[in-house]
Write a protein that binds this ligand. Structure first.
Ligand SMILES: C[S@@+](CC[C@H](N)C(=O)[O-])C[C@H]1O[C@@H](n2cnc3c(N)ncnc32)[C@H](O)[C@@H]1O
Length: 242
């Protein structure tokens, strides 16, 4: 990465995920010691029951669709999930992983979510797991506006993201894992790739989900904040008023 590189530029982010898409599922599961799966499940548990009856919604920054089994297990009556992701590599992996019993429920939009013009009042729910850290503050505000716009009145949302566990006594160890161990494994095992190594940099810049929660509140949504596992991840969830 050159010093001048804007790591929040959607084209740059797309490149990172296109390059690591084929190894994303295994790498994120093993090197998070299974925590990513646990945090996806918790994200879905946080999602308040939508009040609007029907169940269609968005999985933003959907990647390979790892949150869908959790969503469909908790809400078997979901009729459609629209997966939005900028990376064609991640999209292809998601399509490969689609099991026949859920393919009819999933639609794909391959686009920068901030340019995607999701229709107003079109979703009973919006979820996103690990899709916040590659946005800067201004982009978080745009995303919050989009979520408020796309949710139906009474619709609900939940977001979870890996975070910086400030104040936790094991924080140095966690940071060592993200910033030294992961890049080292990636360089040696993945023939010099440097994409997963970006996780630490993005997490540092992100902090936790409080800032995004404030942006959602500013858009008039009811928002709650939660720390997960001593702050190694954090989430915001809530509802658009009826
Ligand atoms: C860390 S992955 C998370 C994927 C998945 N949600 C999960 O739980 O594993 C982040 C995803 O966000 C997508 N992404 C990043 N910026 C985006 C943008 N501006 N618009 C749409 N997708 C974006 C990336 O392509 C990537 O697939």
């Amino acid at each position: 990465m050159s010093d001048a590189q804007d790591i929040f530029d959607p084209a740059y982010v797309k490149g990172v995920f296109d390059r690591c898409s084929s190894r994303y599922i295994g790498f994120s599961y093993f090197f998070s010691f299974g925590f990513t799966e646990r945090w996806r499940r918790q994200c879905v548990e946080f999602l308040p029951e939508p009040e609007s009856g029907g169940l269609t919604g968005y999985d933003l920054m959907a990647g390979t669709g790892e949150v869908w089994p959790h969503l469909l297990r908790r809400f078997p009556n979901i009729s459609a999930i629209t997966a939005v992701d900028i990376s064609s590599g991640m999209h292809l992996q998601a399509i490969k992983r689609l099991h026949s019993h859920r393919s009819h429920k999933i639609a794909f939009v391959e686009d920068n979510v901030l340019a995607s013009a999701l229709p107003a009042d079109s979703a009973d729910f919006v979820v996103a797991t690990f899709g916040l850290k590659t946005f800067n503050e201004m982009q978080h505000q745009e995303l919050a506006r989009l979520v408020a716009h796309a949710l139906k009145p009474g619709g609900t949302f939940a977001f979870v993201e890996a975070s910086d566990p400030k104040g936790w006594w094991l924080r140095p160890l966690y940071r060592f894992h993200l910033k030294v161990v992961l890049p080292l494994i990636e360089r040696t095992v993945l023939r010099g790739a440097q994409d997963f190594a970006m996780i630490g940099t993005y997490c540092d810049a992100f902090g936790d989900a409080r800032g995004f929660g404030a942006a959602l509140k500013q858009e008039g949504l009811d928002v709650e904040f939660r720390k997960l596992f001593f702050g190694c991840a954090s989430g915001v969830f809530g509802r658009k008023a009826l």
